[in-house]
Design a protein around this ligand. Structure first.
Ligand SMILES: [Fe+2]
Length: 165
């Protein structure tokens, strides 16, 4: 593939994840309010703060490629977040709510990990070393969040859901 095409793909995908991160930033306080387990609440709040930093890093990457930060509607994240909102509505007050919220949040994380993994590979190919470093920092945060959510899902949330079943 010619470098010009990969540059365009990189830019388009950057716009996609920039849009997604800003949607996630808005969704996380709702998920934190909904969560029953204080640990899960705290995890969502922590990730909200991290997300603010991730958005700043994306702005830096835009700058590195000489573009202004701009989002492009990402249908995938719209769908994933809608599913999370459905869980918040349908399982309100139910013991399985937290398990559902963990699952919804992990779907978000996996989407982000896929996108950042791709962006990192492309940044490497394009020789955008500073961008690689920035993307890698965010990728590490997303993976850590995913691992923390797995633990929360296995213990409190899933146990509570099971007991009530
Ligand atoms: Fe993120």
């Amino acid at each position: 593939m010619a470098d010009k095409d990969l540059n365009k793909l990189f830019h388009e995908t950057l716009k996609d994840i920039y849009y997604a991160e800003r949607k996630i930033l808005k969704a996380l306080p709702k998920m934190a309010r909904g969560a029953q387990d204080p640990k899960l609440k705290a995890a969502f709040e922590k990730h909200k703060d991290e997300t603010e930093g991730q958005i700043e890093r994306l702005q830096q990457v835009f700058e590195l490629i000489g573009k202004r930060p701009q989002g492009k509607t990402c249908d995938a994240i719209e769908g994933i977040i809608s599913e999370g909102e459905e869980i918040l509505d349908e399982f309100k007050g139910e013991p399985a709510l937290d398990a559902g919220l963990v699952a919804a949040a992990q779907a978000v994380e996996h989407y982000e990990i896929a996108r950042y993994g791709t962006l990192k590979t492309w940044a490497q190919s394009l020789g955008l070393n500073e961008a690689v470093t920035l993307i890698d920092q965010t990728l590490a945060e997303e993976k850590k969040t995913d691992a923390d959510l797995s633990k929360l899902g296995e213990t409190a949330a899933n146990l509570k859901a099971k007991k009530a079943a």
